[in-house]
Design a protein around this ligand. Structure first.
Ligand code: C2E
Ligand code: CA
Ligand code: CA
Ligand code: CA
Length: 279
């Protein structure tokens, strides 16, 4: 919808934003979350738009705090980023995700790992990736690193070098939440992204017949095609949306319709069962 500022409508969910006092308490607990074994990963399937076969799982961090109970990543990830705790947490996520994929998944299934700008600004981010791959035995072409446009607000040289090292290793790099930030098409020239992830906002808009959202998805797909990138539509929640996205030509689909984020043990069952929908 066209609204204030003429841009794309952006949701503000106050409940997701912690107050200063809450933040302080969460930060205190977050410092010991890893050593207290409070972090785990959930995995959400990404399917091929045409065949609906699982091609990847996105690793999503989950924090079950002994003090605060379950805390949403929308709340704790920004705190982890502000305090740089995202560096050790992110390394843990990278190691866990690679280990799970290498140990328990078929070889054609990749793993997607979210990486924050703070991690990419570390002097040895590529080293962290190399170690996660070698410790787990995962081949580099099964790891896709997801970054958002926010990386370009930071020291572009350092960030770009880190991601180029990952590409040189054989990893893929996806541009996440495309269209929600301070998007500039120029960003697509700065790095050879493998995938553009089209944010749920546009999927929802398109499903509600928003001409702008439809046009944006069409344009992103056309642009990705000509740049040799694939597209993943995020947040597809029902059959209608899946059909629409398929018609619009996105390569891959992710969303509740094909599977919610789930514990590792449940993700493994998808392979032994051979199909997603017989759940
Ligand atoms: P994201 O990377 O955009 O991840 C997708 C989010 O959309 C996930 O939320 C997922 O549960 C949700 N989602 C997936 N399909 C649907 C759908 O069909 N409908 C709706 N309404 N939502 C859907 P989640 O797990 O709460 O994560 C939120 C954000 O937290 C992630 O957004 C990502 O930015 C961040 N995050 C999560 N884990 C990590 C991590 O390990 N490292 C970093 N740096 N960030 C992470
Ligand atoms: Ca992501
Ligand atoms: Ca996303
Ligand atoms: Ca998002």
């Amino acid at each position: 919808a066209k609204d204030e500022g003429g841009g794309v409508h952006c949701e503000y969910e106050p409940s997701l934003h912690a107050t200063a006092e809450e933040k302080r308490q969460l930060e205190f607990s977050l410092r010991t979350a890893l050593e207290n074994d409070e972090m785990m990963l959930h995995f959400q399937p990404v399917v091929d738009a045409k065949t609906e076969e699982v091609v990847s799982f996105e690793a999503l961090a989950r924090w079950n705090s002994k003090v605060h109970g379950f805390v949403s990543p929308a709340k704790f990830i920004p705190i982890a980023e502000d305090t740089r705790l995202i560096v050790p947490i992110g390394t843990w996520v990278m190691n866990e995700a690679c280990r799970e994929a290498a140990t328990n998944w078929p070889e054609h299934v990749k793993v997607n790992v979210n990486v924050s700008p703070e991690q990419l600004l570390e002097p040895d981010f590529a080293g962290t990736v190399v170690r996660a791959l070698s410790h787990s035995g995962l081949s580099a072409n099964r790891l896709e690193i997801e970054v958002t446009e926010s990386i370009f607000m930071r020291d572009a040289g350092v960030v770009r070098k880190a991601l180029e090292q990952c590409l040189a290793l054989g990893c893929s790099v996806a541009l996440d939440d495309f269209g929600t930030g301070y998007s500039s098409l120029g960003y697509l020239r700065k790095l050879e992204f493998t995938t553009i992830k089209v944010d749920r906002m546009f999927v929802q808009g398109a499903a509600q017949d928003s001409p702008e959202s439809l046009a944006i998805i069409r344009a992103v797909v056309a642009m990705a095609d000509s740049l040799g990138m694939t597209t993943t539509a995020e947040g597809v929640e029902n059959q209608e949306e899946a059909d629409l996205i398929r018609r619009l030509g996105c390569t891959k689909i992710q969303g509740y319709h094909f599977g919610r984020p789930m514990p590792a043990a449940d993700a493994r069952k998808i392979f032994s069962r051979g199909a997603l929908k017989s759940a």
